[in-house]
Design a protein around this ligand. Structure first.
Ligand SMILES: [Zn+2]
Length: 272
């Protein structure tokens, strides 16, 4: 705690005093351009990893970067999403999972959680579609490999949940919202973004020198533990669930669910 108090003093005397104009401007209102949804994990800092400034990111954080579907709760997530899109006119949303996610580990051992952490157990029901999909379709994987798949699939599950909000559904229909699926790799500091056309998480192109782009997209997509690439079989296993996108913008993967996936949400079916 002493460290934090000291930090408060330092902030006021150094950062604040050299950015007074910015704080004066921000005191009149905010105009963030991005809604950033991520885990509460202390190892992620949205502003730090994106190098965004104060006032640029509107943030929702909770265990597991989970978005309960519309109508499922009266929690803060729905209200914050609605405010972001309607009041602040935010048009870009990032759902960002991360490597070594404790909440996703919990999803792998729900039975013991029920007794030890009943509230976490209940919260994870909003990731039940992730658990079920992975259980039924990735039975050959275990341990760290399985956790990587769960983390990757859960970001896509939560984007499907996000789309159930009327305000999101409507803006998507008007082409006024873009949703991105990201995974932050704690060990490398890299962010992988889901590219529906490649059916994989890849490094956003603008992060790479041009010479590495081709090689990276073909071999480093969706790296395991940020070191070695997924084997071809693992990559194919992951890719086989995700159908081609409608479109992507240049240089940056954009998550646009296929008509089949959109159908799936509203029919409530887990079939592909
Ligand atoms: Zn986490």
């Amino acid at each position: 705690m002493k460290k934090l108090i000291k930090g408060l003093r330092e902030f006021k005397s150094s950062y604040f005093s050299t950015h007074e104009e910015l704080f004066e401007q921000l005191s009149h209102g905010q105009k963030p351009r991005v809604l950033f949804i991520t885990c509460s994990d202390s190892r992620i800092d949205p502003n730090l990893i994106t190098q965004a400034g104060l006032g640029e990111l509107f943030v929702i954080r909770n265990a597991g970067n989970i978005i309960p579907p519309f109508g499922a709760t009266n929690g803060g997530e729905g209200a914050t999403i609605e405010y972001a899109v309607q009041a602040l006119d935010i048009q870009q949303i990032i759902v960002c999972g991360h490597s070594h996610c404790g909440a996703m580990k919990g999803l792998m051992k729900l039975d013991s959680l029920r007794i030890e952490m009943p509230l976490v157990h209940d919260w994870l029901k909003y990731a039940e579609a992730t658990r079920r999909l992975v259980k039924d379709n990735y039975s050959d994987y275990e341990g760290e490999d399985l956790l990587e798949i769960i983390i990757a699939e859960n970001v896509l599950t939560q984007i499907e949940n996000l789309r159930t909000y009327p305000v999101i559904h409507s803006k998507l229909h008007q082409g006024q919202i873009t949703i991105y699926a990201w995974i932050y790799q704690i060990e490398t500091g890299e962010v992988l973004a889901y590219d529906p056309q490649k059916h994989a998480y890849v490094l956003p192109l603008h992060q790479l020198p041009p010479s590495e782009i081709d090689e990276t997209l073909s071999s480093r997509a969706f790296t395991r533990n940020g070191e070695k690439p997924f084997t071809k079989t693992e990559q194919q296993a992951f890719q086989s669930f995700h159908k081609p996108a409608i479109s992507t913008d240049t240089g940056f993967p954009m998550t646009v669910l296929s008509p089949e996936q959109m159908e799936r949400i509203y029919r409530g079916s887990t079939t592909k």
